[in-house]
Design a protein around this ligand. Structure first.
Ligand SMILES: [Zn+2]
Length: 232
């Protein structure tokens, strides 16, 4: 699906006010218009990520540009990924079965929201495990073995739920694993596009006195043609 300039700015304005998990759901709703809105929060995260990757392909193209700081030496590492490569590992029929003998389901956006206040990734993973595997797991005790089994089962059953990228640092040569937050990538691309549109509206409104709606309704090629004249 394509978005008009007005629709894109509307999504951006709504999402700007939201928590990242809810922003992910806003984008998921856009990416999966046939899925009832009330169900989105309870769909597996891999399904959400796949839908967001496909939306990125449609709206902003195939390439995800990103960077991270090396956890060992602090060097900035840039990377470019292809949405199609990430989609190739996705499996939208996520079913976890059992983890260490306990029935388990794949995590959803609702689970993500419930653990998002936890700063420590291991603690967040542990809470996810408790939510997804239900009763039978003590509230406070940590169990590394169970956590490892859960992560392995998740990787196997819903590989797009928790995407990571393995990098080797150019500066220090050490290996680093970077979490890939697809909702964040898509949101950044949408924000950049929204800022460009706002700049265009600002320049054209100032030059010609046209209203925002009028400017956004112009076909992009004509908007850019006027802009070129204003900036000439
Ligand atoms: Zn390094």
């Amino acid at each position: 699906m394509a978005l008009t300039a007005e629709e894109l700015l509307s999504v951006w304005a709504t999402g700007s006010e939201r928590h990242p998990v809810d922003r992910g759901l806003l984008l998921f709703a856009l990416a999966a218009p046939d899925t009832p809105g009330a169900e989105l929060a309870d769909r597996p995260l891999g399904e959400r990520n796949s839908a967001l990757l496909r939306l990125h392909q449609t709206l902003f193209g195939e390439t995800l540009d990103g960077y991270c700081d090396c956890p060992h030496c602090g060097e900035r590492l840039e990377f470019a990924l292809r949405c199609g490569d990430l989609l190739a590992v996705a499996d939208d029929t996520a079913s976890m079965g059992e983890v260490a003998g306990l029935p388990c389901r794949p995590p959803t956006s609702r689970d993500l929201a419930a653990v998002s206040h936890l700063g420590d990734p291991e603690q967040a993973m542990w809470r996810l495990l408790q939510r997804c595997c239900g009763g039978g797991i003590a509230n406070t005790a940590s169990n590394t073995e169970l956590l490892t089994a859960f992560e392995a089962a998740l990787e196997q059953a819903d590989p797009a739920a928790d995407l990571n990228l393995a990098l080797a640092c150019d500066a220090c040569g050490q290996a680093a694993t970077v979490p890939l937050d697809i909702a964040h990538f898509l949101w950044e691309a949408l924000t950049a596009q929204a800022r460009r549109l706002l700049d265009e509206v600002h320049q054209l409104a100032r030059a010609y006195g046209w209203g925002e709606a009028e400017i956004l309704a112009l076909p992009p090629v004509r908007r850019r043609a006027y802009l070129k004249r204003v900036l000439a």
